[in-house]
Write a protein that binds this ligand. Sequence first.
Ligand code: PHE
Length: 451
Amino acid sequence: MSEVAERWGSRRAFIMAMTGAAVGLGNIWRFPYMTGENGGAAFLMLYVMFVLILGLPVMMAEIAVGRAGRRTPMQALSHLAVNNQRSPHWRWIGLMGAVTVFFILSFYSVVSGWSLEYLFDSVTGRFAGQSGAVIGQSFEGFLADPFRIIFNHTVFMLMTMTVVAAGIGGGLEKLNNVLMPLLYIVLFVLVGYGATTSGFQDALAWLFTPNLSVITTSVVLNAMGHAFFTLAIGACALMAYGAYMPEHQSLPKAVLTVAVLDILVALLSGIAIFSVVFSQGMDPASGPGLMFVTLPIAFADLPGGSLWLGAFFLLLAMATWTSSINLAEPMVAMVKSDRMSRSQAAMLVGGGVWLVGLPSALSFSTLKSWYLWGDGNFFDVVTTVPTDIFLPLGGALIAVFAVWVMDRDEVFKALGGSNALCQTWLWLTRWVSIPLVVVVLMAPLIKSWLT
Ligand code: PHE
């Protein structure tokens, strides 16, 4: 298939599209509860380190492959491989990515559905003036209600697939350009509120004073997986966006901007959420419900709280919407063919993801004790294995492809930075990023063999 002709309208548009894919549940929902479950500051420190030494080089590699190939991920990989006299089998990295995002999207849609429910609840003033205990119980009650959970999961999946089917992702990005800054404003307000609570100092200490003794192989693995998840890399999803990157744009600069914006959202929501956790005497390791319990408590206390809370969930819904479109797009692009239109492909993929989302939706009620792995039920497994194992694995393979399969000039041209920068990237990717992924992925295995 020939090259795509479309380009993002401007450099800013490309950065905004990437930020749209990167900023989502990963920053606002997943980051705080993972930090809570993995010992606080030490996890944060590892996560930031992984973003910088692994995330940035791999993200550059992934987008550079898309930019040089200018095709959908699998086609770009096989086209570039064949041009460099290598096997077209490299394209299977694209398939692995599609399977990974399939599972990620299945739970992503369920959790985004939770925020749709909370959007509705907050504008109707349900949390206003309620105590922490009542808010906590009402979340438990909601999770245990299969009908409401599945209803919201269905609505979110329909929202995502309607946009993907119509191929109007670009329109939504534009809307998001306007909304993103608002999300930062609401987060700053929340942090401002956090600063007035008694838990603020504890929150800062919890987030920024690392206790290195909590670091285990699984904490390191979780931090690495989270770095890939939050940057939206390792599944060829950003590769698809790279294909539309304008000719004259420096990739390193764009990628650095996205990473900084992404870390900032995580930090702001972390500070806001943990201030509430500590001022309410909650357990930081309360799991996936952390954000849904703490933020309504914070807002219930603020003047005009229902409105702020509504605004927050609306912006969160927008942020998750753009991320889920990015998750769905590569699958739909792959399934679409001469005989299957874009909308049919979107229906097929959407239906499949919706079905696989059902056991996640029921993991807090009917299927709570259906243990797939140790004491992990379906939701626990699907929120960790694809993210912690398959995103880093995919990312490492993409990096191997960029540094060892592609022609040097070809990659450097696609990176579009100065020669010194490209050389640094090459060195870092080869000798630090790729070996580090291998070591972190192998460590738990080796440990379990030894014990
Ligand atoms: N980065 C997104 C988030 O933080 C999730 C995502 C993962 C999107 C992988 C695309 C690919 O919510």
